[in-house]
Write a new protein. Structure first.
Length: 334
């Protein structure tokens, strides 16, 4: 039997220590925030704890293949954008220099025209033909540069579109979990310690479709997918003037409402809940028509706590809504 090298065993022991440290921090954070230790809560808290502790090796182990692929896409897009931007700047500078030199050349040609008064007609014709050819060549040269710059602009727009796709859920076309975490992090960084000013207020909604498994079991996943798409569209249309909608995971959706107090978020959400109750979900070319409901957890952030605690509170409120019989809203501001 081949023995493992001592350095390999030591490395694995270090990895296990790191895993245990992250796990302890994860559980401590869950218990401190009163979040139920459900798998979805623990998984996310574990990733956040590993990130906070700078445990890159552990992060690499727990990230899904989809997340890793998205990160690779994002890095490729960022590198491509940087190179295209460099090329555009170089070409733009070259265009300006070319314009200056062509302007000087045109001025020189004009001065030659002034000196042609006493020249023989044949010599004048040759000079004018040469001047015309130079001007046409200059115009063609500048048109080519403009064309290349236009192509670069189209490529930049395409990369912007691709970057958006990385943060979009392909099924529902709303933003995905990665975008949720990015936007919360950016908002927290920009508004940390903002007190109760409206600019630094933020309300979070986590919505979960009730008994969604029964939809899939009764009608099949294509119908379940149709329900998810229509629910996402309703949610997006309802909140588009206030914030952004995300597919949080599975049949869960999140809404980020900047500048919105929790009470106002609940009022707006109650209108949506009633609207959903009157909506009919249609699938399979009209062969299936069903009604669905959802449960909602709401939490408010005022810039004085860790954003992860607010997310955990919203998730806990969702759990309370489920316990209360579903199809209802639960909210806590702190």
């Amino acid at each position: 039997m081949t023995e493992k090298p001592a350095e390999t065993e030591d490395a694995w022991k270090d990895t296990l220590k790191d895993i245990c440290e992250v796990a302890r921090n994860s559980l401590h954070n869950l218990v401190s925030s009163g979040t139920p230790p459900l798998p979805r809560c623990y998984h996310q808290e574990f990733i956040q704890a590993a990130d906070m502790l700078n445990k890159e090796e552990i992060l690499e182990m727990v990230r899904s293949d989809e997340d890793k692929q998205a990160m690779r896409y994002r890095n490729v897009i960022l590198k491509a954008k940087a190179r295209i931007s460099d090329a555009k700047n170089i070409l733009a500078n070259f265009e300006e220099e070319a314009k200056r030199n062509i302007a000087k050349l045109d001025k020189h040609i004009d001065s030659i025209h002034l000196q042609m008064t006493n020249m023989p007609d044949e010599q004048k014709g040759n000079i004018e033909a040469s001047a015309k050819a130079i001007k046409e060549s200059s115009k063609g040269f500048m048109d080519n540069i403009s064309g290349v710059l236009e192509q670069i602009k189209r490529q930049e727009n395409m990369l912007v579109s691709l970057a958006k796709k990385v943060h979009e859920d392909p099924l529902t076309n709303v933003l995905n979990r990665r975008a949720w975490e990015r936007d919360l992090s950016e908002f927290a960084s920009a508004n940390q310690g903002g007190g109760n000013e409206s600019s630094s207020l933020l309300s979070l909604v986590i919505a979960d479709l009730d008994h969604f498994k029964k939809v899939n079991d009764s009608y099949g996943h294509p119908v379940g997918d149709a329900v998810l798409k229509q629910f996402a569209m309703l949610l997006k249309n309802h909140f588009e003037d206030m914030g952004s909608v995300y597919r949080y995971g599975g049949e869960e959706f999140g809404v980020i409402l900047p500048g919105c107090p929790g009470e106002e978020a609940v009022e707006k959400l109650e209108l949506f809940r009633k609207r959903l109750g009157k909506s009919l979900f249609i699938a399979m070319n009209g062969q299936v028509k069903i009604k669905v409901s959802a449960s909602y957890g709401v939490a408010q952030w005022t810039g004085t706590e860790d954003m992860r605690d607010v997310v955990a509170r919203a998730d806990r409120m969702l759990y309370e809504a489920k316990k209360a019989g579903r199809n209802c809203i639960r909210f806590r501001d702190s």
